[in-house]
Design a protein around this ligand. Sequence first.
Ligand SMILES: Cc1cc2nc3c(=O)[nH]c(=O)nc-3n(C[C@H](O)[C@H](O)[C@H](O)COP(=O)(O)OP(=O)(O)OC[C@H]3O[C@@H](n4cnc5c(N)ncnc54)[C@H](O)[C@@H]3O)c2cc1C
Length: 247
Amino acid sequence: MIGTGQSGAQIAEELYQSGRKVYLSIGSAGRVPRRYRGKDINDWLTRMGMFDTNVEALKSPAEKFHPHPQISGKNRGESLNLHQFARDGVVWLGHVRDARAGRLIIARDLKETLAKVDQFESNALKMLDDYVARTGLGAATETISQLRDGYAQEVIPELDLKGSGISTVLWATGYSFDFSLVKLPVVDADGYPIQKRGVTEHEGLYFLGMPWLHSRRSGILFGVGDDAAHLAAHIAARDRERSAVVA
Ligand SMILES: Cc1cc2nc3c(=O)[nH]c(=O)nc-3n(C[C@H](O)[C@H](O)[C@H](O)COP(=O)(O)OP(=O)(O)OC[C@H]3O[C@@H](n4cnc5c(N)ncnc54)[C@H](O)[C@@H]3O)c2cc1C
């Protein structure tokens, strides 16, 4: 399995829990506990206004493509912890750099990547604790157990697929956009549409359902409806203006 965003981590967990041997190439997606201090993490993030963070607040355009932290919706919502995967027998790999003659060439960045995943959780919990302290909410304190099993894993620079018994390689490394069928200068250097909350400079051309179109929630079901309502209102206003001109 290559990639540990939400999809990769969820699939890897199900594969090893079903008894399969899993080698997992770890990416930079962070980790948060699914529940903390008595609430679902999404509940906390909503209260803190995190999902309303506007795209203009991002430090760089590339931040739009950062993966969501690892959590799972299984069993009404669970945490995913790669250290637990290691404890349960999953073999970790750094970033896959190349494949030659049946061998994967792997970066020796496993521990550095893991440190970033762990740091993400520390930062998120601190932010949440600060929020609770600032708002005076009476949420009982909680200590999240700090597993460290992954750091004990060997750094593997090359892997012989056949020799390791690997018969399937699953890529869960995300999507890129392809708007080549739109024959207008409408995408930026990242291939991302140039628009404001879905409205482009080209009359009648709109985008919807993309990560950070308007806010953090634009790319999930939680936010696509609001963006759609905004576009519908824009189109209706445009039509009203047109009818007024005709009248
Ligand atoms: C793997 C994955 C997991 C996700 N998990 C979650 C989650 O757990 N919670 C959550 O809130 N959100 C999740 N999302 C995000 C959520 O799926 C999107 O926010 C939502 O689907 C966006 O709605 P949409 O209608 O804009 O696009 P979509 O639901 O993607 O619909 C786009 C439609 O357009 C069609 N289409 C594409 N190109 C063309 C074309 N050229 N001609 C005609 N039709 C075309 C596609 O076939 C598709 O039917 C996930 C997304 C992915 C990819």
